[in-house]
Ligand binder design. Sequence first.
Ligand code: PNS
Length: 161
Amino acid sequence: MSKTRAVIPGSFDPITYGHLDIIERSADRFDEIHVCVLKNSSKGGTFDSEERMNLIRGSVEHLSNVKVHHFNGLLVDFCNQVGAKTIIRGLRAVSDFEYELRLTSMNKKLNSNVETMYMMTSANYSFISSSIVKEVAAYKADISAFVPPNVEKALKEKFNV
Ligand code: PNS
């Protein structure tokens, strides 16, 4: 029987417990999960792609079926490259819906064989985003509830706090 593979794409600048929640729950349901750092043209960057990948790797060490990549191109092309027909995205609130609908519709136009599935982020993490965590980290707030310890360390170093 062929393996079930899914791609979890994102900016991951940096990975948060919200992302990790989606990765862990997906890893329990698919044989292989490919987490991929991609470029979101409407976002700037705090960490470079290599740093983002290393922070993800350091956060998913306990998940043996998760691989971490970086791809400089279209998400659907990455899906083809790893042989995945499923994209998984986390949904935090209704406010995410419009953006996700546009993303999914475009990906469907680009490659109709790739299906996007949505998973509701666990309630504990529904308010977390990388940008809001970075904002409070820059003001020396305690971010240990929002990001894994390796990411907390990296953010403290980045913001010299
Ligand atoms: O974490 P994000 O920023 O919401 O993730 C968005 C991301 C990176 C998945 C999206 O911007 C993306 O897929 N970028 C790669 C380029 C691409 O395929 N664009 C077409 C879909 S809009």
